[in-house]
Design a protein around this ligand. Structure first.
Ligand code: UDP
Length: 248
């Protein structure tokens, strides 16, 4: 498996065909795994949160969730990993119509709509269960119990960062099979409540700009973006120094 290492994380460089072969192998192992779709915000927060950094590093697969990680990799290693976003991965998994799923996340009416859409559009994808993302501690325990009982192939957790990662960490302690993936706001898109950026904008890597235009409060997250750019530049300068002035 091709992996590209940046800032301590090994990012998968894999096409979907190979990825699905790997997924088949993982599902046969009857163990619990989780994937992380890495973005600049997660990288920056994890610099100050060792537990989070360890959790990401222990993921079975880490994907470049967007242009930020792709360009950062290109600058630091000369290699750009395949971009695999949460929503693309989810749609491809559903499209296979051969796996079973448990969904957690989004507002109650959004979750209902998403489940309905999945049943209509992907009848071969079995929904073992689903629950919206606004619950208390007791509710959370009940959801985890239900996931354990229903044994889905995939647990798609759309609680946003960092809630979804906290939830998946609880699954690690409980489950012994299935693959959990944090999928951010994907359920909003699957339900039709929110629209994805037009294809062309996605293609040129500015989906994040479109999302900020649609939801201006996302501009607050740009703070993480500039911290990330700085982190990448610092690593790059370090690398240049090593190249130009080799240490004796
Ligand atoms: N959400 C949730 N429970 C919470 C907070 C958020 O289920 O306590 C959901 C929210 O409804 C939305 C998703 O988490 O569907 C977060 O989406 P966002 O677009 O912020 O995530 P991103 O794709 O940027 O990671």
């Amino acid at each position: 498996m091709n992996k590209i290492k940046i800032l301590g994380y090994e990012i998968m460089d894999i096409d979907y065909k190979k990825l699905f072969q790997e997924i088949e192998c993982l599902l046969q192992k009857k163990r619990f795994f989780y994937f992380v779709t890495l973005n600049p915000e997660i990288v920056v927060v994890a610099r100050e949160a060792q537990e989070l950094a360890d959790y990401i590093k222990k993921a079975q697969m880490i994907f470049a969730d967007g242009i930020g990680i792709v360009l950062g990799s290109k600058l630091l290693t000369g290699k750009a990993p395949q971009k695999i976003t949460g929503i693309d991965l989810v749609e491809k998994l559903l499209h296979k119509q051969k796996y079973s799923f448990y969904l957690v996340g989004a507002k109650p009416h959004v979750m209902e709509k998403a489940a309905q859409k999945i049943k209509e559009k992907y009848p071969g994808s079995e929904l073992k269960g689903y629950h919206h993302g606004y619950y208390d501690l007791k509710g959370e325990q009940a959801i985890i119990k239900d996931i354990k009982k229903t044994r889905p192939d995939f647990i798609l957790v759309g609680l946003g960062f960092p809630n979804q990662d906290v939830f998946i960490r609880k699954l690690i302690k409980t489950l012994n099979q299935g693959i959990a993936i944090g999928i951010g706001g994907s359920l909003d898109i699957i339900s039709g409540t929110k629209k994805r950026a037009p294809f062309l904008l996605r293609k040129i890597g500015v989906e994040w700009l479109y999302r900020t235009f649609k939801e201006p409060k996302r501009i607050l997250r740009w703070y993480f973006l500039q911290s990330y750019v700085w982190l990448i530049l610092k690593e790059w300068f370090k690398k240049l120094k090593i190249t130009f002035y080799p240490q004796r």
